[in-house]
Design a protein. Structure first.
Length: 89
């Protein structure tokens, strides 16, 4: 508080319990990522479908193994794309 010039702050009596509760209360999640560089004029849709299928199958298997009911599993696909020659940083 002194370093930030604060006059007051709230500190829960058991902050570790709040953190542990947060871990128990959130949805179970697993992420899968693969990098595949291809130019727009050489896009291979069958390869993209295969990549997504493999990632999804692996994620579902992991969640199922962890005890998640398959009926409750939701898959979200994302693609990070950019123009050839550009960088994201």
């Amino acid at each position: 508080m002194d370093l930030l010039g604060m006059k007051a702050c709230i500190v829960p009596p058991n902050p570790g319990n709040l953190s542990a509760f947060g871990l128990l209360a959130v949805d179970w999640r697993t992420d899968r990522i693969v990098t595949k560089v291809m130019r727009e004029d050489a896009i291979d849709l069958a390869l993209i479908v295969s990549l997504y299928a493999n990632l999804e199958n692996d994620a579902v298997a992991t969640l199922t193994r962890d005890g998640i009911d398959p009926a409750r599993i939701r898959i979200l696909r994302e693609a990070d794309v950019r123009y050839a020659g550009s960088r994201w940083r």
